[in-house]
Design a protein. Structure first.
Ligand SMILES: [Zn+2]
Length: 89
């Protein structure tokens, strides 16, 4: 049975494992957790960030493309494909 998951950014990059309300344990990859919608909502309440709700990056979580200055939550620029630099590092 496929479980629908949503992406949530870990509230802390050093926090790589999170226990969801459902008892499921999630491991973050590059600061992104793939959680069931129910657990994701709980984590967002607890300080996680739903990428779908935010069009801009935060200083501690985002990446910035050196080429086009596009802000991204991912290392690869969504606009030009360049490798982005971590913001606030
Ligand atoms: Zn770019």
């Amino acid at each position: 049975m496929a479980v629908e998951t949503v992406r949530v950014l870990s509230p802390d990059r050093t926090c790589v494992q999170v226990d969801g309300l459902s008892g499921r344990r999630y491991t973050a990859r590059d600061g992104v957790l793939h959680m069931t919608p129910r657990d994701a909502a709980a984590l967002v309440k607890a300080g996680g960030i739903d990428p779908g709700l935010s069009g801009v990056t935060s200083a501690s979580l985002g990446y910035r493309c050196p080429g086009c200055r596009h802000g991204s939550f991912f290392k690869r620029c969504g606009k030009c494909g360049a490798d982005c630099e971590k913001e606030g590092a």
